[in-house]
Write a protein that binds this ligand. Sequence first.
Ligand code: PEP
Length: 252
Amino acid sequence: MRRSIVAANWKLNGSLEMAKSLVTAIDAHSNGLAGVDAVICPPFPYLSYVGGLMSAGNMCLGAQSVADQQSGAFTGEVSAEMVAEMGCRYAIVGHSERREYYGETDAIVAAKFLRIQTAGLIPILCVGESLEQREQGMMQDTIVRQVSAVVTEAGIANMKNAVLAYEPIWAIGTGKTASPEQAQEVHAIIRSEITKHSADVAEGLRILYGGSVKANNAAELFSQPDIDGGLIGGASLDAEQFNAIVAAGSSK
Ligand code: PEP
């Protein structure tokens, strides 16, 4: 039985005031909820503050990205070790916005994945196809390429300490959620790709769904056999929405 994860990706949103009211409400709700971890990934400057607001044992802190280097002359970058020092347990890597707007290739994603693990953190590796790739029948190839780029570099044993997130680009921030069947199909593809290397690792791997998950569709998505929770953007900025999604993860 895989323990669910519901992770909040605040992206470039928030303020100290918003962080206080949002995280206080999520913490109170998560406290005592069985079978689910709630991960909050705020912008870097708020990491320490948000970590300080968490008291529930099932709440964790995560970073939205890290540098592919450990240290040096890389102005504006933040290392995996730094966010680990600030209390992070997870770091997102390979988000489509990073791939698209910041030129993060499969090779850069793999390098970051390794940096995250070297710092003792758990990567949340995002993969997903564009609408064009789906319409051209390239969905499976795209997903397998993105997963394989990391498995080849990191080795299958390191996938034990990782979480995957399937995030179809056409569903992110668009209000167009993948249907539970569409999402399950891709989650099963990812799990069977990992099974080719290790059935044991595949069985234990948590695979989250992300893309317009809301309070009213989370339970149905999470009820699918290969969906182990969600990575939540827009709805993670609303305590009522996010708490309902965490509750759906708990009752999976
Ligand atoms: C995301 O960006 O990771 C995401 C899933 O966003 P949204 O929930 O807003 O679609």
